[in-house]
Design a protein around this ligand. Sequence first.
Ligand code: KIV
Length: 314
Amino acid sequence: MSTTAEFTKRRITPQVLRSKKERGERISVITAYDYPMALVVERAGIDAILVGDSLGMVVLGYETTLPVTMEEMLHHSKAVSRAAKVAHLIGDMPFMSYQSSPSDAVRNAGRFLQEGGMDAVKLEGGREVISKIKAIEAAGIPVMGHLGLTPQSIRKFGGYKTQGKSASAALRLVEDAHRLEDAGCYALVLEAVPDRVAGLIAGRLQIPVIGIGAGAECDGQVLVVHDMLGMFDRFVPKFVKKYADLQSVITKSVRDYIQDVLLGRFPGQEHSYAIDDDEYTALLEHFRPSSQGRALKPIKPLHARISRSAKANN
Ligand code: KIV
């Protein structure tokens, strides 16, 4: 089956995503934070790439997403946008880049488009961020909402906990989802929300609802690429499906490389550059005792040096 990206070869827009929802076609989203990964996921046919602030944990090694800065987000957004020419690109607004005021929110959202090459921004929160969403949207910048487990509020939640499990909490989520849609969001991420609650929200909204730990009834899914490829094991949420174990593949490859270096099996002839025989003979002339040139001491090949020092050590 061909993907939207292969079919259109034109940038996937919020309108394309919306019409996918209308046609009942599921939307695939994945995170990427650098040029090579963005190239690979785009070539695989992904609809949208989120440069998530999860990069703080899976790439930069922070404990949470809270320390991530605008400069770090822009640095990675630029790398992704250099690679991906068809996928819809979403820049994740980091903690404190939008919470303080609508004007901060607009300025920082603008930087994602102007400097980072993104097509849209995502921010976390419900009714408390409506004024910021409206201001960003009014500036002509598409905004994706994010409800449920919003990791920037980890200190308030007291941990990474499923949200919307009681009827009242779920109702608040449904209300917030409607408010975000009314404020102008073109799509919504629901994270760690019971599947039936997410399905209810996806069914009630016109905009695409993208789930992560929110069940199969969402209009699309998003995963953190390092989680699904098995490249980050410090914390793996229940909702992650591991499609590969790249950590094992990389560990084995590096161990093989170390062995090859230690045993002199790498580099082989096929990895080496050659010098013409005549040139090399001319070079060696310089090391002949009778030569007029500087009588440099010839360098012994490595294997000869190793065996001599091995003998000396015995
Ligand atoms: O930062 C991120 O990667 C995200 C996704 C988990 C939705 O916000």
